[in-house]
Design a protein around this ligand. Structure first.
Ligand code: NAI
Length: 252
């Protein structure tokens, strides 16, 4: 497939997990991919691997919680490539615990990255998408837990609920300008974030997988395929959707 030929695609958190799989998917389908991450080495390694395999990718260092840096990176991309067709707001963090386990810093940092980062980047990118009535697609990575909260993750769940609300608000405001905004809401996907949660809980990957009706964890590539679909011209009437990808797992 070459759904993203001549498209410029920015993916945050592209240095690992779901973001890395998403960068690879867009590159496989012809996109010019900007691998954005706060971890420079990880972004570099993903971009280099894509280029070595014949794709087009560039690594960009960015902490999405820094509004000035978001603006500067977007302007640099526009200066080089002239446009951003697809923005995938995937970077996120998970500060685990109940309310009384969390510090103010855990709470505020969760909002800085998971919510304010999206405000900053969308605020920098959308004016360019509006230019010349070009439009574009934005896909946000929310979470199943933003819709159905799991116990012991209040900061994460509340910020992901905000991502879901942010998605639907943006969608309604910019659909008339041909900017489609959707979100994916994954369940248990096997990444570094999930492994750290399993380790913290003193559990095992097998025990977690047994709670999923399919008997296995989701793969980052499976979420990447959904993100690419939502961003593609195969989904022209999808806007404001919060799509769960969970293997039918119930939150408990
Ligand atoms: P991960 O921890 O494996 O990868 C996240 C990437 O984002 C890392 O490369 C990290 O360096 C980068 N990042 C973190 N903070 C950043 C910042 N301030 N600025 C720029 N980059 C930053 O995580 P994973 O599992 O791939 O998660 C990706 C997204 O999917 C997150 O938004 C997460 O909340 C969401 N998600 C993950 C699920 C899972 O089971 N793994 C389930 C539901 C949602």
């Amino acid at each position: 497939m070459s759904r993203f030929n001549h498209k410029v695609v920015m993916v945050t958190g592209g240095g690992g997990g779901i973001g890395e799989a998403t960068c690879r998917r867009f590159a496989d389908e012809g996109g010019q991919v900007l691998v954005v991450d706060s971890d420079c080495a990880k972004a570099d390694s993903v971009a280099k691997a894509i280029v070595a395999e014949g794709g087009q990718a560039e690594a960009m260092l960015l902490n999405i919680a820094d509004q000035g840096a978001c603006h500067d990176v977007v302007e640099a991309v526009i200066g080089t490539y002239g446009r951003i067709d697809v923005l995938v707001n995937n970077a996120g963090i998970n500060r685990r615990g109940k309310l009384t386990d969390l510090t103010s810093s855990d709470w505020l940092t969760s909002f800085d990255v998971n919510v304010h980062g999206l405000f900053y980047l969308c605020g920098a990118v959308i004016p360019h998408m509006l230019r010349d009535r070009r439009g574009g697609a934005i896909v946000n990575t929310a979470s199943q837990w933003g819709l159905h909260p799991a116990p012991g993750h209040i900061a994460y769940n509340v910020t992901k609920a905000a991502v879901a609300a942010f998605t639907q608000n943006l969608a309604r405001d910019y659909a008339p300008h041909n900017i489609r905004v959707n979100a994916v809401c994954p369940g248990e996907i096997h990444t570094a974030m999930l492994e750290s949660g399993v380790a913290r809980a003193g559990s095992t990957l097998e025990a977690l997988a047994s709670k999923v009706p399919f008997g296995r964890l989701g793969k980052p590539q499976e979420v990447a395929a959904l993100i690419a679909f939502l961003a593609s011209e195969e989904a022209p009437f999808m806007c404001g959707s919060l799509v769960e990808i969970t293997g039918a797992q119930a939150v408990c």
